[in-house]
Design a protein around this ligand. Structure first.
Ligand code: NAI
Length: 290
């Protein structure tokens, strides 16, 4: 074992079950003091109880680790602040934040209410923003921090019935891309995990035959690497069933249609514009460089 979190404090949101629980157990096993947050509600975000988080804390403590629970909601500003305050009051620093909490309100867009859309945005994007906002000054002051967003193949590629979820999940990637730039000078690295695993959230969607090979503990190795001291900054790792790969934003060479270009020129050149035989990763610094 070469990755350790000795003397480090980690917060994992939504860690009462599924992926978050696995991340929390592994962080504790590798020496971190862990704040286990979970609202303890249903998949659709209704209800709540601190029991789920407390159970995971008991597991960590039974294995000889150190952990405390928090039953606050990440989508509530005061709840998110309480997560960070609890960690600070117990241990005086926060080195790692894994934004993992999430819910589903799946429906085709034609049938989706704006409330269902907003709630999913509030938990996934709002929750990640609230928690990150609360740890940011602490990490800047420490000149150290590792933050992980949890996106989804739905955010990256889309899925029927998940416009709210997909929008919220890709928004976290956009959030990361600017945080990676703003945090760099204070050694704050922000990365993103795109998991696929059998949890209560997905057990009805993943075919039974595939479930055996898609344990959540196979996502955790990538999550742990991405919040470790030697983590890169600003990458998306996809993790499922023992496969680990990188998702990137790319751009093709395209075509320069000159300063007189109009819509007809774009239409006529669409084949060239959309030719993906040559693509490369792109970042803001390259804008206008061609
Ligand atoms: P899960 O339902 O077991 O875990 C989500 C946890 O978040 C639950 O324990 C829930 O109580 C908690 N939570 C919900 N709202 C909260 C709030 N407002 N404040 C605090 N905690 C809250 O499901 P799973 O699969 O472990 O999901 C973890 C993350 O991974 C989610 O963000 C999910 O969207 C994401 N994900 C999961 C995939 C999978 O294949 N399991 C695929 C892609 C993304």
């Amino acid at each position: 074992m070469s990755i350790f979190f000795t003397d480090q404090v980690a917060i994992v949101t939504g860690a009462g079950g599924g992926l978050g629980r696995c991340h929390a157990l592994e962080l504790a096993k590798r020496g971190a003091k862990v704040l286990v947050n979970d609202l303890g509600g249903a998949i659709d975000g209704t209800g709540g109880s601190s029991e789920a988080a407390e159970k995971v804390v008991a597991e960590i403590v039974a294995a000889g680790g150190e952990a405390i629970s928090n039953g606050g909601s990440v989508s509530d500003r005061a709840g998110a602040q309480s997560i960070v305050d609890d960690a600070m009051n117990a241990w005086g620093r926060v080195d790692v934040l894994i934004n993992n909490a999430g819910i589903l309100r799946d429906k085709s867009f034609a049938k989706m209410t704006l409330d269902d859309f907003a709630l999913v945005m509030d938990v996934h994007l709002g929750g990640a923003v609230n928690c990150t906002h609360a740890v940011w000054p602490i990490m800047r002051e420490q000149n150290y921090g590792r933050i992980l967003m949890t996106t989804s193949p739905t955010g990256l590629y889309g899925n029927f019935g998940q416009t709210n979820y997909g929008a919220a999940k890709l928004a976290q990637v956009g959030f990361m891309h600017s945080l990676k730039i703003e945090g760099a000078k204070n050694n704050i690295h922000t990365n993103t995990i795109a998991p696929v695993a059998v949890t209560r959230m997905t057990q009805d969607m993943i075919p039974e035959a595939a479930q055996e090979k898609l344990g959540p503990e196979l996502v955790t190795p990538a999550a742990i690497f991405l919040v470790s001291e030697n983590a890169p900054n600003g990458v998306i790792i996809q993790a499922q069933g023992g496969n680990y790969s990188m998702a990137v934003m790319v751009e093709n060479t395209g075509v320069n249609l000159g300063l007189e270009a109009d819509a007809d020129d774009v239409a006529e050149n669409y084949e060239k514009i959309s030719d993906l035989t040559e693509v490369k990763p792109r970042n803001m610094l390259q804008l206008g460089a061609q």
